[in-house]
Design a binder for this molecule. Sequence first.
Ligand code: SF4
Length: 625
Amino acid sequence: MDLFPYVHIGDQGPLVAFISDSVTKGCSAVLESGTGTGKTVCSIVGALEASLGSGRKTVFLTRTKSQQRQVLRELRAISSKERVFGMAVQGRSASNCPMMAEDPELAIGTSEELSRLCSEYKKEKDGVCGCSHYGNMASADLGALLEYCRDFMPDPEAFSSHCMDLGICPYEAAKLMLPQADLVTAPYSFVLMPRILRHFLDWLGAPLGEIVIIADEAHNLPEYLREVMTHEYTMGALDLCEREAGEWDDPELRDGLSVSDLTSAMGECMAEAAREYVIEDDGILPPNFLEDEMMYRLGASSLALGSMYRKLTELGAMVSDHKRSLRKLPRSYMGSLGRFLLEWTSAEDDIYVKLVTGGKNPGFLSYCLDPAPAAEPFRSCHSSIHMSGTLEPLSEYAEELGLDDAVCRRFESPYPKENLLVLRTDDVSTRFSDMHADPDNVRRIQEYLVGVVGSVHRSTAVFFPSYGMMDRFLEDGIPERLGRDIVFERRGMPHSDLMDCVERFRSSPGSVIFAVAGGRVSEGLDFPGKDLELAVLVGMPYPRPTARQEALVRYYDYRFGRGWDRAVATPTERRMRQAIGRLIRSGTDRGAAVILDGRVASAKGIASVPTSDPSGEVERFFSRG
Ligand code: SF4
């Protein structure tokens, strides 16, 4: 069966065969696939060619909605050759539900909370379903809906508005289509959050062993998987818990101790830990710090504390049930504190580090150091495909995720190498000591930046290693010296604001965008053609040397050796390669990147040319085009 819908270019034939063979053998495939290799269409074709007719289903995991749309576009192209059927599913959100969309409180609801609220809406009253959109499902022509989905493979937004026109629930309708689909594209969480995975498999109507998983942008996965198993609780949440306890007459937990006794003790522990152990951002706690302090402050044994924490979760369930019955967000802060404390006490010491975080809203953090446990679905499914344009070193990635059966391979970009110029300046760096001990270092970086940006009137991205560094350059008046239209990616910027800002940048040729390496602009967005031709990387975007980061380095050292290389250097190089990768999105794109940090000379995956005249080199490069 040949499903490939286009004329092959470059290594696309071998790429499809590599994936198809891996799926046939039932092993994991880990691949780095450069820009223009067509990894999305190749992976879909490879997985489907090895799965159609076998009863297996393919799940394509993406990080963004635009990647889901691309998966559907490729499926439509494949379908013009051989009919296949794919669906996109997205996490539950209030904005997707006609019953919840108008209530602003529900906009912050998690999918679990909204799911519980949905079951309340669906309850029947006097024989009538409380949610008309759900009630209408019984009489809807689901066969016609399935045909519509097969014929058009609509984007999630189009599917949603089609369902709204039919008066039925888009979320419930999508679930009913999934058993018929050959491929389903979903967010990472559908497979990597155990609670969601159970439901998802039910909807698919297939066991995990019959699923082929494709994970796109897999360079994000190690950190994502660590976060899945990480637990955090802050002082702000504790205040909300105390307030909630007050609204419920401060319930007793055990032996005369009430919820407010527990929250007071916890608040004191948090304040003391922040005072004693935070150095800059965070600090590692001594073994059993929280357990011992809580026993001391509450005069309770560890067994008694355990039963108090369980009681707290029971109270939380009661509160959230009550809120649900009132059709309010079924959230309980007592419940979340109880769950956090149970998770904190049961976290295995060998893969967790217990931290206190500082700042205006201090908190406790039980940080999971090992991505492998949460990667279990990749090991239990039929076959998993992990791909990214920046995944090297591949064997290290496979080892980190515990993919013992992985086959690894790199596929080069078919685009002309000479279309990309990567320069570096060796006499500057953003190393902490250089930034502070050599005042002239910063001045030289800024001179290079102003000179390079001013050397050509091309659309330019300036990638900073952190928002803090960007702020410093703003304070030093760099935007004024550049004298160009500049837009800014800001910390925590809402997605819609960021897209407005990117649109302004795209629609104004020769303008400049200030962004951070590793942020949404440098990783998730496409800038084809002249939308972006020049990138300046201000320094190496190493993670801050926090206690958490140091614990990760030590853990990787102990598990694999070369901890700093794996936990610091490799993710930093991937971030830089992602940023540089924004420049070349087609075979005719040309672009120049200037890295203002000599340390990149030793980076394994980034070939750069040293220069003391980056603006002259950039000018000459573009004058040749
Ligand atoms: S069934 Fe659908 S429309 Fe009805 S409440 Fe649940 S999510 Fe909303």
